[in-house]
Design a protein around this ligand. Structure first.
Ligand SMILES: [Zn+2]
Ligand SMILES: [Zn+2]
Length: 328
């Protein structure tokens, strides 16, 4: 178990929660110890390895869950999986309404069905869609029967004796929120800004042009005074602006790759375009991608295609129930 003491004022710790068999490797769960209350930011998956690491860490920091505020930065299961343990122990739970609603809507499987139908018309073979039922996000999801206090953009909230500002940064998910401590210029960036991996930007049925929203959300925090940035995965940094520049360049070159692939293969489906993009999968070819990685790659390709459609640089035609793409 790994705990890092990040700073004393406020008293912030990072618990490293392992994510077995996941390329993200671990989740950073942050703990702020106040005089009367505690704050925990994000939890790890709903699986024993995460539960063990998180609660051993919280015990050693003498965190009392009955006097804890749990802030869930966004709906993803690696951040929310263990919320039930907190709810049962009497913690207060904070989250943006949009992501809470998505979790509630997911209980009957409808959000997954939307995605599967979408991927089907985008040319993904039914067998690949079936294979992806092992997806960790689905398997280790939280039980969404918990109540939350919803937060909104710009809101200031006192958690563990420290004043935080909520910054709503849609893109990675519709309801993702960063937490910012204005006095200290510390920002918890969750999966909005990661430093040694690129946040995954997906197609979402309930958020048109997620990539455009994401780029706008990068602009939104670009000029924020930051001395310490604490991300949801991997290591943080002492500034965010240069990382934002790099993320913008990444998406610009991604958009370019999609356009070039569409020009080279007129009438290709999204599923046929996806392997033309460069994926950092340790030298593996597209055919060797595990189903879950193919699923994420499809979602990411679709987010870039949607941006190009929206900006008039690609055209889509429906042929026999399948979408095919052409450059303008
Ligand atoms: Zn995420
Ligand atoms: Zn994450």
């Amino acid at each position: 178990m790994m705990i890092e003491h990040i700073c004393a004022e406020p008293d912030i710790y990072r618990i490293e929660v392992p994510l077995p068999n996941n390329p993200l490797r671990y989740l950073n769960s942050y703990v702020v110890r106040g005089r009367d209350r505690f704050l925990v930011i994000d939890t790890g998956f709903n699986r024993p390895e995460c539960r063990e690491a998180l609660f051993t860490g919280l015990d050693s920091l003498r965190v009392d869950l009955a006097r804890t505020d749990l802030f869930l930065t966004h709906l993803h299961a690696d951040h929310t999986g263990l919320v039930g343990d907190f709810a049962r122990a009497g913690s207060r739970i904070f989250m943006h309404h949009d992501d809470y609603q998505y979790l509630v809507d997911s209980t009957d499987g409808s959000t997954w069905r939307y995605a599967e139908e979408k991927f089907m018309v985008e040319g993904m073979p039914p067998q690949d869609i079936k294979n992806q039922f092992s997806n960790q996000a689905r398997k280790y999801s939280p039980d969404p029967s918990f109540t939350v206090q919803t937060v909104h953009d710009g809101e200031r909230i006192l958690l563990a004796g420290t004043e935080f500002q909520v910054i709503h940064t849609p893109g990675h998910t519709k309801g993702l929120c960063c937490l910012y401590i204005p006095d200290k210029e510390i920002i918890f960036t969750s999966d909005h800004i990661l430093f040694d991996i690129t946040p995954n930007i997906q197609y979402w049925y309930h958020m048109p042009d997620a990539l455009e929203r994401y780029l706008q959300s990068l602009d939104k925090v670009y000029d924020l005074p930051v001395r310490l940035a604490l991300p949801g995965h991997r290591k943080g940094d002492t500034s965010i602006a240069s990382r934002i520049d790099a993320l913008r360049r990444h998406h610009a070159s991604r958009l370019d790759e999609v356009l070039q692939a569409a020009a080279a293969h007129p009438g290709a489906t999204a599923f046929e375009l996806a392997p033309c993009l460069s994926w950092s999968m340790r030298g593996r070819s597209w055919a060797e991608f595990p189903p879950t990685q193919k699923w994420f790659a499809m979602g990411e390709t679709l987010a870039h295609i949607e941006y190009l459609l929206h900006h008039g640089q690609l055209i889509r035609r429906e042929i026999d129930g399948t979408y095919r793409y052409y450059t303008v």
